[in-house]
Design a protein around this ligand. Sequence first.
Ligand code: FEO
Ligand code: CA
Ligand code: CA
Ligand code: CA
Length: 766
Amino acid sequence: MNKRADFPLTEIDPDDIGHNASANPTFDSVLSARLSRRSLLRGGVGTAATALFGSVALAACGGGGDDEAAPPPVATDPPITSLAFTAVAKSLEDRVTVPAGYTATVIYALGDPLDAATPDYRNDGTDTGFDQRAGDHHDGMGYFGLGANGLRDDNASDRGLLVVNHEATSHPGSELSSTYLHADGGTPTLPRPAAEVDKEVPIHGVSVVEVKKAAGGGFATVRDSAFNRRITPLTPVQLAGAARGSALMKTAYSADGTQARGTLNNCGTGRTPWGTLLTGEENWAGYFARGAADDAARGNDKSVASLKRYGRAQGSKSRHGWESAGADDKYQRWDISRKGTSTDGTDDYRHELNTFGYLVEIDPYDKAAAIKKRTSLGRFAHESAAFSKLVEGQPIAVYMGDDSRGEYMYKFVSSATWSAADGNAADRIAQGDKYLDSGKLYAARFNADGSGDWLELTIANPLIAGFTGYAFADQADVLVNARLAADAVGATKMDRPEWCATHPTTGEVYYTLTNNSSRSATPGAGQFGVDPANPRAYSDLKGDPAQGGTTQRGNVNGHIIRLAETNGAAAAATFRWDVYLFGAQAQRDAADTSLSDADYAASVNLSSLTADQDFSSPDGLWFSRNTGLCWIQTDDGAYTDATNCMMLAGVPGSVGDGAKKTLAYGSTSVDTYVGKAPTAQTLKRFLVGPVDCEITGLCETPDGKALFVNIQHPGETISKAALANPAGYPSHWPANAGYGAGGATTARPRSATVVITKDDGGRIGS
Ligand code: FEO
Ligand code: CA
Ligand code: CA
Ligand code: CA
């Protein structure tokens, strides 16, 4: 789902608005801490970095042995350290633009059939059978190689399975129906017809689709592959980990709290070292309705605090009104009000919300394998999952972000220590059981001296056990209410943590912080003060004020923060951090004649981005294992007066390669740590998407020669009334690129996967 940066833009996902009312540290307290810790400042970082990289290098070399994990595909090609392609210019065109010498080809769009029996997609709102079609809003994605024998082969670059998240569906905030899915735009008000809901539910979830390289070199999906399948909000899944069977999980669907129904709002992904996919459930809360008098119906028990913290105060309306489609259980589960008389919740869906908000593990190769929600990794608005560099005999860490204003960054550290042999085990889900069900969950605190602490979320911590904001019963309760536990321990409120990714060489962990309109130098109600890790609050002009242009405020363009664990250890309790890149616009707005527009100023453009590099609202983030390149994708609404959303390639350095920078705010100031500015060879715009899209999700073949990228929600928002004028649709992509049914100037837009190849057959980015 698109996350617009600021008012007055149309589509702020309500789940991103933020429900963190905790009193965790903001500017004043951090400033005082900084003064007392100043002696620890950068003097230590160079030394720490040297020590860190020394230790990483040692681990990689294994002290002469081979303690680096073997199973993931071995990149035999050298990393790309200088970007050779010509940067793509910012663009407002309704097309996918890639550099000269590259080709982007659409291969898998909303509605494409996943078997031979399902008809071709007509794209006119009359299609049905979405449990055998591509879903909507393609998002995070993984490539899983297939050998000629039809079995897993991590080195196969000519045949594989794409596992694609389908996050959401397009609708104006004021209308409930998914406009493009229905012939007439659907029923925008309550009650929703069952036939419409039965189409909208299964376009969410995940798809598995086989892709194969043709003799001529191009990739296409294999329509009748036996691997193809859909996983939807109705697919049976298991609850795994510490909250399995908890009293908090009991519903009319699963009286013993061990089962859940489906997965929802699947955003980022992570590829496990044993060959499965983790899919992150992000903005799931908004799909559920809660009655106006439900606090009293629940006897004002502690669930009320939990529901509020996750954005479901009583009276909350649901995003699509699915609960209104009938008495059938599959509709009623979207109403989380207490309706039954049981004391344990097994006669209604009062606990249904607790069964969403997890990383969910899927084995792409095995339709029969259980799908498992890994509750030990915490419940929040999950994005991607990044694994630490693997070291034989050491625990593994999974890094995660919670995308909402003022939410936290997390890591999970496994109890089990890594054994490379597990990477090739035949029962892949059993490896998930081993590494993901038992371990410790932490939230991040960023200190003013450039250090950071991982704060364990455990019921044994007196700050959690004695928390006045919520009475935790046990560790399952801590995990299900991870946000409240992180409040209790004083984690740092961040500017909407989106994807994270691990640098394949250094092992440092990068997180996008997409933007935060609630960040302020002088915070008021519901706002967050600037701090060292979230140091910017400024105003930015969008459009021409004379033509209705507006001023956006806060951290308008977002940034990318990175962490180096102490001694490079996945289980480290502390880390060092700096900011790899600050998003910003490089040039004055074309419409700005006021000379008052600060958005391109040096105090905002802290990474000195040029016109070939400037970006706003970083979201997707991923490192190629073949080329080592850092790919940055945007989901922006702040700089879209100048350009559609984009993807850039970067060659990052490492934590501490830049300098401390003091940002002045009136009579006070905040220090931050800015990574070394990129050069023309180390950061370049590689792709710009069509109108009103988000660029998100990417994966590649192991040889680094085919990059799969998702274009989410082109022409995102259209009202039912505007649907009657096809020529006026904001986008006609991908029909205007020659893909699928419909005219180039009249077709409804569709989310789709594109595959990018280099015309000379080389590696992407070389
Ligand atoms: Fe689905 Fe926060 O991106
Ligand atoms: Ca986003
Ligand atoms: Ca601007
Ligand atoms: Ca996203």
